[in-house]
Design a protein around this ligand. Structure first.
Ligand code: DGL
Length: 280
């Protein structure tokens, strides 16, 4: 009779998470809960932040170059692109180049439109994400009779970075960025806002505080954690998970800050040298 291997025989997966900055940590919080066994690597391409301002060609070239170096250095079992601005564009070339699984983060338009009662849904994202064909396709395929308002904010991701670093960010600045997501159409008004940039859930308490009226905020992090977990197999036993390894392209990531947001011990930040030639 066949039997399952003992839990201790399972190998803990190595998972690389990637964003332009600290935003991917909003996804990491859920992944860390779902996979207490995993070795995590968190990489922020902060030298190119914000991704929302880059042209599509520049963004594809940049992400491929960063990923070449990161994958060669860390040999992950799977990669989570915890950035909507990148995922809505670069998943096909990444999957074509590397043989490991990539999990993306894309606007949660389907669940938002399934659950909206007023049929007024807004998508709060970067200017890059709202321009994408990918986002238009999600609306065509899943909005049904919902009216979807796309709001591309230039400032909300930088404000989230500043707030996470403990800098003063006023309620008025945040309120101005989210105001266009609150729409009244006749007797109906927005009841659901999709957080389609991973930086935004980091500001959720502030968003709720300044919102003109209460709405459902849709954060895809838990769904991404379930998807990743199903790809990398059953949880291996781990009573004391390895500290997370941190990479960035500009300034070293602050391990204490990452621990506070992400909830897992981290090593000191390492710099990923983008000037050095890419591995063959
Ligand atoms: N966190 C990224 C996202 O989910 C975007 C931030 C940026 O513009 O770099 O879209």
């Amino acid at each position: 009779m066949s039997s399952l291997p003992p839990a201790t025989a399972l190998r803990a997966p190595t998972i690389l998470m990637f964003d332009s900055g600290l935003g991917g940590l909003s996804v990491f919080r859920e992944l860390a809960r779902a996979r207490p066994d995993a070795r995590f690597i968190y990489a922020a391409d902060d030298a190119a932040f914000p991704y929302g301002a880059l042209s599509e060609d520049a963004l594809v070239a940049r992400v491929m170059a960063v990923m070449d170096r990161l994958i060669a250095r860390t040999a992950p079992d799977a990669v989570v692109v915890s950035c909507n601005t990148a995922s809505t564009l670069v998943l096909p070339p990444l999957r074509a180049r590397f043989a490991i699984p990539f999990v993306g983060t894309v606007p949660a338009i389907k669940p938002a439109c399934e659950s909206s009662l007023t049929r007024e849904v807004s998508v709060l994202a970067t200017p890059g994400t709202v321009r994408r064909d990918y986002t238009q396709k999600l609306i065509q395929d899943f909005a049904g009779d919902c009216h979807v308002t796309l709001v591309g904010s230039t400032r909300l991701a930088p404000l989230a970075e500043a707030a996470m670093r403990g800098e003063e960010v006023s309620n008025a600045e945040i309120a101005a960025e989210i105001a266009p997501a609150f729409v009244r159409e006749g007797r109906s008004r927005t009841d659901t806002v999709v957080l389609a940039c991973t930086h935004y859930p980091l500001l959720l308490d502030r968003l709720k505080q300044v919102a003109p009226w209460p709405v459902r905020w849709i954060d895809p992090a838990a769904a991404i954690a379930r998807r990743l977990s199903s790809l990398v197999g059953p949880v291996a036993f781990a009573s004391n998970p390895a500290p997370m390894r941190l990479f960035s392209t500009g300034r070293p990531l602050d391990a204490a800050l990452v621990e506070r947001i992400g909830g897992r011990r981290s090593r000191s930040g390492e710099i990923l040298d983008m000037e050095a030639s890419a591995p063959a």
